[in-house]
Design a protein around this ligand. Structure first.
Ligand SMILES: [Ca+2]
Length: 234
């Protein structure tokens, strides 16, 4: 080994030593500190939270639009049933019995023989009627007067223990019928109202029919209005 070789070898050893030294230091530096890991967790957590929140919002919006569409469907079914009916009973009509102060209004609401909504033959019969669980009549009903069945998420109709279809759960339809002024259908008047100038008889007022669909979920304290439909029968 000559002097050059000794120097070269020392140089190589020095470089190797330096390199190893560097590698050793970088190994000590490698990985994440606790602070870095905590920061990464916070950033990740904020992102995941935002994602969960937007998902929850999406579900809430989806549920609302489904409910609104179902409510409007129930309103239109009942309107289809009612829209071709006369305002007052075709046989007895709407009239006053007696004269002067003792005159009483007759004919508003179902006639005595009309014990079920299936016999309702004019609009004022429906005033105050509700269709749903625990309501005046079972329901909700469709335009043919049949109870609308509850449909399961997979598209099949829900049945009870006897194999009979179950009515839509939690939904109800309510009807309100009001007399309105002939030239201002936004102003309701009493069912016994008359007008002297210009003369309008007690049975000649247009009717305003308001159909409201309510939904009460298993966790709701009270029914909530989901849709409302109004039509005027001139
Ligand atoms: Ca009637």
């Amino acid at each position: 080994m000559n002097a050059h070789e000794v120097i070269d070898r020392a140089g190589v050893q020095g470089r190797v030593g330096r390199r190893e030294g560097t590698r050793g230091r970088s190994r000590r530096r490698g990985g994440f500190t606790l602070l870095e890991a905590a920061l990464a967790l916070v950033i990740l957590g904020v992102g995941v939270l935002a994602l969960i929140e937007s998902q929850a919002m999406f579900f809430a919006h989806n549920r609302y639009s489904t409910s609104a569409a179902t409510g409007m469907y129930l309103c239109t079914e009942l309107r289809e049933r009612m829209r071709r009916l006369p305002r007052h009973d075709p046989v007895t009509g709407l009239y006053f019995e007696g004269t002067g102060q003792s005159a009483t209004l007759q004919g508003w609401g179902p006639e005595t023989s009309e014990t079920s909504f299936l016999y309702y033959n004019d609009l004022d019969d429906y005033d105050g009627a509700t269709f749903g669980a625990g309501a005046t009549f079972a329901g909700p009903i469709d335009s043919a007067g049949l109870a609308i069945s509850e449909v399961m998420p997979d598209g099949t109709i829900m049945e009870n223990a006897e194999g009979e279809p179950v009515s839509m759960q939690g939904w109800s339809q309510r009807v309100r019928v009001e007399k309105v002024l002939p030239f201002d259908t936004s102003t309701a008047v009493a069912s016994n109202a008359t007008q002297s100038s210009p003369p309008v008889a007690v049975d000649q007022f247009p009717l305003r029919v308001t159909i409201t669909a309510f939904y009460q979920g298993p966790l709701d304290a009270a029914p909530r209005e989901m849709a409302r439909l109004v039509f005027i029968q001139p």
